[in-house]
Design a protein around this ligand. Structure first.
Ligand code: MG
Length: 330
């Protein structure tokens, strides 16, 4: 197989501000592998860059030259050490080739019912409370993920709750201390939220366990604290659910393991994405029927999606039924 990397710089429709910082562009890469394609999202707070991902993919190319794409685990085992996003790009492209050569969409090869995919949330980035409330209302979306993790989070939620009857989830992106979280979570619960995501810094797993033990009135999900199946196991009993993303697991293969590990440990699973085009998000969407909650709005946040793939009917995900990922170059 021939692996050809391509830079893909994504323009965000509106400035995307979360507790980690703000951005107007994201510097992703595409991995073309024969007839297949994958995507890697350079996540600034993982220390990944577009140049680094392109270099990683160039290093990966040699190991794939004579590999059999229908032996995906062998192909992945033969890769040099890669960042999770570069590994995800290769893994996704391999699955696309697999599906295309077998002539079936990925969800069918996984034995899944595409109609069982939960509806996706839509993300409201951090802004002034009234601006967030207006965006929440104008989106018309029935499920919203509200980014918080700074001062004035209570005012933000109050304004948003007054503006929309949507189901609300909040994501602090590691922005609170233990004390802030213990103070804020019961107050935010008053606004009828469904869950709170990553209230504490990534490394503070004991803090998550401490928060959960206090029964503060909202389910707590870990995102930044969990990348792989091994991390899921380490969080058993410390949280109510985990957020799985292909850019953390390094692709579909490890995402499947992480989802099943979470299930075995009684944890709920939210399937989510970074700022990704329709390539990465469609790949994830093929696993959506396995998950309890879905947050796959990447293509809705960007203005120059290079591919068409998963579609949205309101908040419903419509998976392409073409073989493999089923994405098409625009
Ligand atoms: Mg998150």
């Amino acid at each position: 197989m021939k692996l050809t990397p391509e830079p893909a710089t994504l323009q965000l429709r509106t400035t995307f501000r979360i507790a980690h910082g703000a951005s107007d562009q994201r510097h992703n890469v595409l991995a073309h592998l024969d007839e297949g394609v994958g995507e890697g999202a350079a996540v600034p707070y993982h220390g990944e860059t577009q140049a680094g991902l392109l270099a990683d993919l160039a290093r990966a190319a040699a190991s794939l030259e004579t590999a059999d794409p229908l032996r995906i685990d062998d192909c992945l085992a033969g890769l040099p050490p890669l960042t999770p996003a570069a590994r995800a790009a290769v893994d996704i492209a391999l699955h696309d080739v697999w599906g295309q050569r077998l002539g079936q969409p990925l969800y069918r090869l996984f034995g899944l019912n595409p109609a069982a995919a939960p509806e996706t949330s839509f993300t409201i980035a951090i802004d002034e409370p009234e601006a967030m409330a207006a965006r929440a209302r104008d989106s018309g979306w029935p499920i919203l993920k509200i980014k918080v993790g700074t001062e004035a989070d209570e005012a933000r939620l109050r304004a948003i709750r007054a503006a929309t009857p949507a189901r609300l989830r909040v994501d602090a992106n590691a922005g609170w201390t233990r004390e802030q979280a213990a103070h804020l979570i019961p107050r935010l619960a008053e606004f009828g939220l469904e869950l709170v995501e990553q209230p504490l810094p990534r490394e503070d797993r004991e803090g998550l366990r401490w928060l959960k033990a206090q029964n503060l009135g909202l389910p707590i999900f870990a995102d930044e604290s969990v990348k792989t199946a091994r991390d899921v196991a380490a969080l058993a009993g410390a949280v109510d659910g985990v957020v799985i993303k292909l850019m953390k697991t390094g692709g579909l293969r490890e995402a499947l393991r992480a989802i099943h590990t979470a299930r075995a440990l009684g944890l709920q699973v939210m399937l989510s994405c970074m700022v990704e085009s329709s390539v990465g998000v469609t790949a994830a969407a093929h696993l959506a029927p396995l998950c309890d909650l879905v947050d796959l709005d990447g293509p809705l946040l960007i203005a120059n999606d290079p591919y068409a793939g998963v579609r949205y009917e309101g908040a419903r995900l419509i998976l392409p039924d073409r073989p493999g990922l089923g994405v098409l170059r625009r």
